[in-house]
Design a protein around this ligand. Structure first.
Ligand code: PMP
Length: 444
């Protein structure tokens, strides 16, 4: 591939499909986050096919993909490994709604890879698995309130769709943020059960925990905050969470929907060496098929195992999705695979840093190789929490992202989200990406 090729030719067919979609799909979309998925375009791009790290839209434009199905297609699009495994399942039955062999093998594989996982339960999406983990924590402790961190995202369901992205006028004081529902339609009682805390601030955390002594079932966090432009945990901060939760009998939940099996075979808990009581997985777990899991310490999962705490789902761990996940995890269990993903991402991160430095553009490139984001903070300092990001130059990110798109590089349209790297990315694609980054900074 030529690094300077122009991918974004005409996108008329996408425009026409979007116009047509609005007649039948509410808003023309199937998920609220898709509306903005092409940045400055007034319509989303319609993708038609993918292979490895490449995707192609309905107008025939080809892109090197760093959205990579929000991190799910970790082995690449149409991975031959997965395609081959699923071909068999397609002819023997995709789901029976019964127990099946692949789900057992998959749970065993997760136990081998994830340090906190004594027992596992499957679901179909990250939101659902978060709900399962929260139910398990509430059932185990007999308490209902949950601490979540401002800006962290744990899915669209009522349970935790609070203060994902509060506006400055509604967010409240820095160290005692308001619980702001993410959408109309979330009942006040649900909002009341969620206590919001600023991230990476030990004193604020202790104040919140003290104020709700005896009321808290769980503290949940994204250990690397994928939904806050890959804000990293401060040194010792995850250890502090662990200590405080242990000392107070609160269940610590890591939402590893983005980090799981991506930042290393053992996810963020392996990377940072801090064990939560429960962890939630999706995205990379399924390699592009819809499957999720929550898993954790035997004692906390025991009420579920005994059937006192309920969790269900017609589609949970179908042979189709469990087989895709099994093949994916067997590949990711090889540390060489996640190491290669990390190194590939670091090359792109370095290219951005170099281009920014050469042109004197203040920006930070944060996260790890497997998932990272470019943030135009005023002083180029890394973000520590959500409110730092509110002050970043989002308009500049939009231009940067669009310039990349024109040069054949596709990434998340939303500056608070992040780039995901797949194991399928080739040397040529990395070189083309770095050239596109150079070009985009020149155009900025
Ligand atoms: N948790 C995190 C950290 C996520 O990033 C997401 C989705 N982006 C979810 C939960 C919800 O997952 P899903 O969209 O599969 O419901």
């Amino acid at each position: 591939m030529n690094g300077e090729f122009q991918a974004l030719g005409g996108t008329d067919r996408s425009r026409v499909w979007f116009e047509r979609a609005q007649e039948s799909l509410a808003g023309g979309i199937s998920s609220s986050s898709r509306l903005t998925s092409t940045g400055p375009h007034p319509y989303p791009l319609y993708m038609q096919s993918g292979s490895g790290t490449r995707i192609r839209d309905v107008d025939g434009n080809e892109y090197i993909d760093y959205l990579i199905s929000y991190g799910s297609a970790v082995l690449g699009h149409a991975s031959p490994l997965i395609t081959q495994a699923l071909t068999g399942v397609l002819s023997t039955g995709t789901m029976f709604g019964t127990c099946n062999v692949p789900e057992v093998e998959l749970a065993e594989q997760i136990r081998q890879m994830v340090p906190c996982a004594d027992l596992v339960r499957f679901a179909n999406s990250g939101s659902e698995a978060v709900q399962g983990a929260v139910r398990a924590a509430r059932g185990y402790t007999g308490r209902s309130r949950i601490v979540k961190f401002e800006g962290h995202y744990h899915g669209w369901s009522d349970t935790l769709a609070i203060s994902n992205r509060p506006g400055e006028s509604e967010a409240g004081p820095y160290d005692a943020p308001h619980s702001v529902p993410h959408s109309p339609g979330i009942p006040a009682g649900v909002v009341d059960d969620v206590v919001v805390c600023p991230w990476n601030d030990p004193a604020a955390l202790r104040t919140v925990l003290d104020a709700h002594r005896g009321e808290l079932a769980a503290v949940i966090c994204e250990p690397i905050v994928a939904n806050n432009a890959c804000t990293m945990p401060g040194p010792g901060y995850l250890d502090l969470l662990r200590e405080e939760c242990t000392g107070r009998g609160i269940v610590l939940i890591f939402d590893e929907v983005c980090t799981g099996f991506r930042t290393g075979p053992a996810g963020a808990q392996g990377l940072f060496g801090v064990l939560p009581d429960l962890a939630v997985f999706s995205k990379a777990l399924g390699g592009g098929l819809p499957i999720a899991a929550f898993a954790g310490r035997r004692e906390v999962m025991e009420p579920l195992a005994e059937g006192r705490v309920k969790h269900g789902g017609t589609y949970n761990a179908s042979p189709l999705c469990a087989t895709a996940a099994l093949v994916t995890l067997r590949a990711l269990a090889d540390p060489a695979v996640t190491k290669r993903i990390d190194e590939a991402g670091r090359r792109v991160m370095e290219a951005v840093r170099r281009a920014a430095r050469d042109r004197g553009v203040p920006c930070t490139v944060q996260g790890v190789g497997a998932m990272f984001q470019v943030v135009f903070t005023p002083d180029g300092a890394p973000s520590r929490r959500y409110r730092d990001l509110v002050r970043a130059d989002q308009a500049r990110y939009d231009v940067f992202r669009h310039e990349l798109l024109k040069r054949g590089v596709h990434s998340n349209a939303y500056g608070m989200a992040c780039w995901f790297v797949s194991a399928s990315v080739t040397e040529d694609e990395l070189a083309a990406t770095c050239a596109a980054v150079e070009g985009a900074f020149t155009a900025l």
